[in-house]
Design a protein around this ligand. Sequence first.
Ligand code: NOJ
Length: 956
Amino acid sequence: MAAFARKGTILTALLLVFLMATPALSAKKYLFKTCEQAPFCRRNRAYADLAESNGAAWDPPYAIDPSTVTFDSGVLQGTIVKAVTDPTGAPSTVEFPFQLAFLESGSARFVVDEKQRVQSPIPGFPEGLTQRRYNEASKWAVTGDLTPDISAVESTTDDERKNDIFHVRYGRDRHFEAIVQSKPLQITFYRDGETHVILNDRGLFNIDQYRPKPADPTSLGDALDVKDMWEENFGGKEDKKPKGPESIALDVTFPDYEHVFGIPEHADRFSLRETRGGDGNHDEPYRLFNVDIFEYEVNSPMAMYGAIPFMQAHKKGSSVAIFWANAAETWIDITKKKPNPEAFGVRKSTQTHWISESGVMDLYVMLGPDPSSVYQQYGLLTGFTALPPIYALGYHQCRWNYNSEEDVLEVDANFDLYDIPYDAIWLDIEYTDGKKYFTWLKSMFPTPEKMMQALDKRKRKLVTIIDPHIKKEAGYKVYEGLSKSELAVKTDSGEEFNGWCWPGESAWIDTLNPKAIEYWKDQFKLGKFCGHESNLLIWNDMNEPSIFNGPEVSAPRDTVHYGNWEHRDVHNVYGLTFVNATVQALQARHPRHRPFVLTRSFFAGSQRLGAVWTGDNAATWDYLKIVTPMLLSHSIAGFSFVGADVGGFFGNPTSELLTRWYQAGAFYPFFRGHAHIESKRREPWLPGEPYTSLIRTAIRMRYQLLPSVYTAFHRASFDGVPIVRPMFLLAPDNEDALGIDDQFFFGETGLLVKPIVEEGATSTEIYLPDEEIYYDYLDQTIYQGIGYKHIDAPLEKIPILARGGHIFVRRDRYRRSATLMSHDPLTLVVHLDKNGNAAGVLYLDDGETTAHSRGVYLHRFFMFNAQDNILRSRSMQASSAFNKSFEKSIDDVRIEKIVVVGLDLGKLKNHAVEAFQDRKSWSTDIHITDVAAGKASVVTVRDPKVLVTGDWSIQF
Ligand code: NOJ
C-alpha cells in the first residue's frame, strides 16, 4: 500500500514536471483556488453581501468598548468587543485588543489581536503549536523605526467624548488626524481637514474568534457558512486547520479616489479594476498568495509568485496609501461607487475589502500628500531598494540552460565577437549534479573556477541558481546536515516535511530559523562553493515555495516553521526569508562587496535584498505588453529593481518580437534575456540582420544610460522614488493620465518610453501628460500639448520622448561590461524646458563595494539657467575625506561632451562657449545642427575640458 502511495506521488510529480515544462495556452487554473474555493474568502465575501443587502440597517457585531480606550505617548489603545453566541446559544463576547500608533515616520499603525488565543494550546495537536495569531509579518517586512510620535496629541472635544469618539492629531504640524468612532466601529483619517482613508466604512471588519472544533460543526448553523472551517480539502489535499477558522477582514474606503494601484503581483492593468463583475471588471478578488504559476494568464487577478499588500490611491492634488502587513493568503475586492456625492465631490470612491486567512490585523496608513511622500513613508517602514552593484544594471544573459563550460565561454566570446556588452551569464538548474545545489555536473563543468576566472578577465560575473528545495539523498552533505540539525520545514507532527521538486523528493530549508540562516551561510563559504571566486552572484527561484505535489503547487498549510508557526501564517513571507539568508551568505562570503540576488518570490520589504523578475511569461506579444503595467505596479509598491524575461520564457519569439522585447528591456530596471529549456537558442546574434544590429543598439543604449540608471537607483535607495515611473509622478494633476500604463518615465532622465508591443507596428501614439515641451530623443522633433502624439516607430526605432527640463549623464564609449566603463568620460545631455531651464543629478561611486555607505561617492547637481545661459555643476555633498578619496580615484574622468537640446540660438553669444573651473577660464568651440522645421536646435560642446569632480560653469 505504502509503495503504491509512493508510486502515485511520483506519478503526480512527474505529471506536474511535464505540465511545467510544456508550453501551454493558459495557466493551469484548476490548480489554484478561486475565492469560492477558499472558505475564509467565500465567507467574508458573503458577509460583505449581507452588509450590502442590509444597507443602512446593517448592524455589525463589533464595537469599541469606550471605557477601555486610553491615549498615551502617541498610542491610542483599547478593546474591540464582538457580540457572539456561545455554543449553548447564550449571548457572549470576544475581546480584541487594539492599538492605533502614530509613528514618528508619519504613518499610523492599526494592530488588532485576539485576547483569548494568546498562547493557549490546541486540543489534540502537538505541544508547541498554540492558538495564538501570527504577529511577525511586520518583523520581516518592516525594518524601519516604529517609535510612536510622542508629539501626537489627543484633541477629543467634549461633544466627541459624549458620542464615544476619540480624536488624535499627528504628523508634521499635526496636519493629519484620526477620528476613532466606537459604534459603529470606524476610523477615519484626515489630512488638512479632508477625509482620505476610512477603515470599516462599510462595516466589514470581521475576525474569526477561536472556537475548538465542535463534534458536529453543522450544529453551529449555517448563517455565515460554517463549511470547511475546521478542515479543508483542495484537489485531494487535506488541510487539518488546527487553529480552526482564524480569518481577518477589513474594508478600507478611499473617498473621492477613483484610481488605486499596487498590490503586486498580478498580470493586470496598473490602475486596479473592480472585482465584483461588470464590463471590463473581474469577478474574482485580486489574490495575494505566492504560487508557481507557470505561464500565467494575462489580465487576471490570479495570484502569482510574489505579494506586496501595499495599495496607493491617487487623485489630483493627493496621494495616500495603506500597507496590510499580513503574510497569509489574502484576497482584495475592489468596487468603485459614489456613496455620498455631496460629501465627497464628483469622483467615485474606491472601496476595498481585505481578507486574510490568519494572523493579527496589522495595517499602516500613509497620508502622503503626494506620490513621493507616500514612497518615502512606505520606505521608512519597509526599507528602500538596496543600491545594486552597477554591473547588476547591465545586460544579463540567461537560458535554461548553458550546458557546459565550453558553452558558457563560447556565448561569452560571441558577445565580444558581435560587439555587444553584457555583464553576467547565468546557469540554470542543469549545472548541478542531479539538481543538488552547491554541486556541479562534473562531466559538463569540470573546472567551474577556471571558467569563472575566464569570465572575470573581462569583468563579467557568473550567476548560479540555488533553490530552497534540498534533495533528500543519502550522502548529499547539504541535505544530511540540514536533516541532522532539524533545520527543514516540518510536518504538523514534527517530522521533516518532504515533497517533490526538480530533484525529486526534497526537504525545504526553513529560513525563518536563525540557525538555518547560519547553515545556509556556511554553504556559500569561500573555498566551499565556487572556490574563492568573487564574481559569483545568485539566483533564488522556486521560493514561493514551489512544491510539485503540494496543494496549489506549494507547501501544505499545516506544515510548521521555526517558532511553531504554521505555513499558512508565513506563506507569503517565506520567499523573502530565503533570499534574506542568501544575501547574508553572500555578504559573509565577501563582506566588502554588495551582493546580488535575484528572486522570484517576494513580499513587502524584499526590495531591500535584490532584484525580482516576473516569472514564466511566454514569447507572445500579449506577454510583452503586460510587462509595462506589471513593472509599474511593482515599482510603486517599493520594488524598483524589477524586470521580465526578455524574449519570453516559453516558446520561440519571432525575430521582430525578440527585437522589440530587447528595445523594451533596455529600459527594464533589471534587464535579462531568458528562455525555457525546450525553446530554440536565441542569443542576440542568432536572429541575424537587421535584428542583431537592432538588438545591439538597444543593449548599447542601456549601457550608455548606465550612469543615469545608477543615479536613479541611488535616489530610490534613499527616498523610494522608483526607476519606472507612472505618469502621475511627473504630472500628478492630470487625472486623464491615471489609466495610462503602456508608457513610463525612466528614472531621473525625463525620458518618456513607450515600448512597441504590437506586431508589425511602424508608429505609435505617445500621451503627453503635461504642457512641458518634449523632444523626440533620437531626432529632436518637438511635441507639446497634453494628449496623444503620433510618433513614427519603424523596427529600428524605440519611441522615446525627452521631457524638457532634465539633465542626465551618459557614457557613450562601447565597453564589454559595465565595470570596464568606470573611468570612461561622460556626456551631459540637457533638454531645456519651455522656459529654457533644466536640472539633473549624477551619482557615482566605485559601483561594487560598500564604501559608498561611508560617504565614498560623488554626488553632483547640474543646472542650466535660462536667465544667464549658464550651465553649472555643483556638489551635493559636504566635503569629507571619504568623498575626496573617491574624487581622487576618478580625477581622470572628463566630461567629454555636452549636448544641449532646445536652446534659443538667438541667445548664443558666439560659436564658442566659455568654461570656468578652478579659477581658470577657456573657450571651446561648439557645433550647432541646422534647425529643421518642427525640430529643436542641438548645440554640442565637444571636449569642454571640465572634470566631473569639481564645480564649474559654462557660459553659452
Ligand atoms: C522556473 C523559473 O521561473 C525559470 O526561470 C527557470 O528557468 C526554471 N524554473 C528552471 O530553473
